[in-house]
Design a protein. Structure first.
Length: 247
């Protein structure tokens, strides 16, 4: 699958994604913003004529401890009652108030102890060490949700935001396979599933996915060790997608 095809021919999604919808259920003020009340109407697609403070688009790669496909994207409990996930973003092109962000990687290590809507998440953020000081600050602001946009709705679900770190990344996209290695931290290695007709298995309009459409994959490996957390799994759930976030 060529995940870069049409990556720049669409507009930023206005869908109610996994993070924003989950947070909406946890906090009425967030719910109001997502459904068009207040300033967050323009979080993923600025209104006509409005200045765009930042925009990032590229490839989304996720692996978690759930069985394929992760039931969390269908608003169901995690397969094991909890979910351990690594979520990677590879920015093909992007900017933040004039600072270029092309070519950098970001990783979430996410621990969800129960049903996603119950919150109490632990989240660690890792930023590509090749970025300079301004670029690192911009990437942290965007992918922590502090800069607004579709990831901002996560805040009500986080009970512990672990310290952000910089790290060396390696990312490979070969055919249907995606592999991200974060030196000394973790690895996710997934391959898209083959459907009945030989094509990809794609979910459109999931009520809880972070991006849409999303391609179902299975992991060869997912491993993580940092911040006192330690997990490893294989033959579990994975997702591949394009993303475009803007505010």
């Amino acid at each position: 699958m060529d995940t870069k095809k049409d990556a720049h021919s669409e507009t930023p999604s206005k869908r109610r994604g996994f993070l924003t919808l989950a947070a909406a259920a946890a906090a009425t003020s967030v719910f109001d913003r997502i459904f068009g009340i207040g300033e967050a109407v323009a979080q993923t697609k600025p209104e006509t004529g409005a200045p765009q403070r930042w925009s990032v688009r590229g490839l989304y790669t996720e692996a978690c401890s759930c069985e394929t496909a992760c039931p969390c994207i269908f608003a169901s409990p995690p397969s094991k009652g909890y979910c351990e996930a690594l979520i990677g973003w590879t920015v093909d092109s992007g900017h933040f108030e004039g600072t270029r962000l092309d070519g950098f990687n970001v990783l979430w290590a996410l621990y969800i102890p129960a049903h996603v809507l119950k919150g109490n998440f632990k989240l660690a953020l890792y930023v590509d060490q090749r970025a300079n000081t301004a670029q690192r600050a911009a990437l942290e602001a965007i992918f922590s949700g502090k800069a607004g946009g579709p990831l901002a709705g996560l805040a009500p679900l986080i009970s512990e935001m672990l310290p952000t770190k910089t790290a060396a990344f390696q990312f490979q996209a070969e055919g249907k396979r995606r592999r991200m290695v974060v030196s000394g931290i973790g690895e996710l290695d997934i391959t898209a599933l083959k459907g009945a007709d030989g094509g990809d298995v794609i979910v459109h309009n999931s009520p809880m996915a972070a991006v849409s459409p999303i391609t179902i994959a299975k992991s060869t490996r997912q491993s993580y060790r940092d911040h006192g957390l330690n997990w490893e799994s294989s033959e579990k759930s994975g997702f591949i997608a394009q993303f475009w976030y803007a505010a």
